[in-house]
Design a protein around this ligand. Sequence first.
Ligand SMILES: Cc1cc2nc3c(=O)[nH]c(=O)nc-3n(C[C@H](O)[C@H](O)[C@H](O)COP(=O)(O)OP(=O)(O)OC[C@H]3O[C@@H](n4cnc5c(N)ncnc54)[C@H](O)[C@@H]3O)c2cc1C
Length: 240
Amino acid sequence: MQKQAEKFGAKSEYAEVFNMDLTGKLKRVETSSEIYIGKTVVIATGANPRELGLAKEKELIGHGVAYCASCDGMFYKDKIVVVVGGGNSAVSDAVLLSRIAKKVIIVHRRDTLRATKIYHDQLMKTENIEFRWNNTVNELIYGERLTGVRLKDTVTGEENIIECDGLFVSIGRKPTTDFLDNQIELDNKGYIVAGENTETSIPGVYAVGDVRTKLLRQIVTAVADGAMAVHMAEKYIGKM
Ligand SMILES: Cc1cc2nc3c(=O)[nH]c(=O)nc-3n(C[C@H](O)[C@H](O)[C@H](O)COP(=O)(O)OP(=O)(O)OC[C@H]3O[C@@H](n4cnc5c(N)ncnc54)[C@H](O)[C@@H]3O)c2cc1C
């Protein structure tokens, strides 16, 4: 895809963006290699899953530790999985996994879910979902891959190990928007507010992929956003 784009005149540069001034008609993008000036800017800096911060967590990604149920769920067919979290994403991940895995255990540090009521009803009706309330995962147990997790009760301090094949960490994502320095409207979680047309609060600036407000963050939706942003940018430049 890159080769094809370059054949038609696109240029690829590898650099880190530190700062942007998006206010004027000409946008200024400061990077680790040089400063770029453009009529439009497409922001595609993504979002990273929040991690638990446990020892060996990074090394076990793809070996039992996962952050995306819709992406990696199928690897856990008829297995036992633990889902950490209590918000909407954890609960919708648990419901999705309950259709694939043999058993899903939701571990939540509080005694109630933050997820909206509609999810509660669905959860309570699902037979292969269990709850461990007032618990946190504080250790990963592993051999060549994850074999279990150690839980700690947040009320009694009691610890116990549960055996599992997979751990889905569903405690939210952090969009990469810090470098924007409040120039663009963000939602309360830090995502750039932009609809299907990828337009942001600043004319000529577009947000695509995981960094923008959207329901499904997947490669196919990110790529579709890219096509839309180019279309919108072309129209914008045509009217300048
Ligand atoms: C563990 C995991 C598994 C997944 N599996 C699947 C799957 O199987 N199928 C699927 O469809 N989706 C999957 N997804 C989701 C998919 O990866 C994303 O939806 C997709 O990559 C979003 O594309 P993006 O371009 O918006 O962001 P990213 O792919 O996150 O790309 C953002 C890029 O911006 C760069 N960047 C960030 N800040 C700066 C800066 N200041 N300057 C310069 N560059 C910067 C980053 O280095 C990165 O290269 C998975 C996600 C995770 C976390």
